[in-house]
Design a protein around this ligand. Structure first.
Ligand code: SF4
Length: 205
């Protein structure tokens, strides 16, 4: 009989939401992964409740978990649109700015890759729905998107607790970052300027 996976084995499969976290800031992902002391961001809680409100509409498949060991990826797709035998994942975002980000595209690509592994056929389009504008954006999933997902999975696999990623190259991200109190970007840049070298924080001090 096959033994159940150990924690270490499970860690080799990356959750799709981790792709988004990693693209936002690898350092924040590090703190979430290894320190596990970060409160759930408001945006996530708010987004979840909105997901629940919309999960009963007809014609959609909701909350399906997928796992593809060959991709080293797993995750739950909250919403899949099914029309004429074509299945399209929909990623819903709160985004007050009225736009979506590269990290959202990467996350959506992860869902498309999981779905195509399950269906054994290409899934070349996904949708990003923004609550703030009530608009749905079609994203064409290219090989470049898929390559990016594979590269991020490799980088996540190579992470270790002893090696903290550098500060972000975009200090604006730090303003809303849930890991800020652990990361202390301004203090780090001021007290250990060598750690800010080559990052967006280099010019902030
Ligand atoms: S505070 Fe800034 S550099 Fe630090 S983890 Fe958050 S986004 Fe990254």
């Amino acid at each position: 009989m096959k033994s159940p996976p150990t924690v270490g084995q499970r860690d080799k499969v990356v959750h799709v939401s981790a792709l988004n976290e990693y693209v936002y800031c690898p350092r924040r992902f590090y703190y979430q992964r290894y320190h596990d002391e970060i409160g759930t961001p408001y945006e996530l809680v708010d987004g979840r409740s909105k997901h629940q409100n919309q999960s009963n509409r007809g014609g959609w498949i909701t909350e399906r978990y997928f796992r593809a060991d060959e991709l080293k990826l797993h995750g739950k797709i909250d919403l899949i649109e099914s029309e004429g035998g074509v299945f399209t994942p929909v990623e819903r975002k709160r985004s007050e700015s009225g736009q979506y980000y590269p990290s959202d595209e990467v996350q959506l690509t992860g869902y498309c890759m999981l779905l195509e592994a399950a269906l054994n056929e290409p899934v070349n389009v996904g949708y990003i729905y923004l609550y703030s504008t009530d608009e749905r954006h079609a994203v064409r999933i290219t090989d470049r998107h898929r390559r990016t997902v594979r590269e991020i999975i490799t980088r996540i696999e190579e992470m270790s607790v002893g090696s903290i990623p550098p500060l972000t190259d975009n200090p604006e991200k730090c303003e809303a970052c849930s890991a800020r109190e652990y990361c202390m970007p301004a203090e780090t840049a001021r007290l250990e300027p060598e750690k800010a070298a080559g990052t967006g924080w280099e010019d902030e001090i």
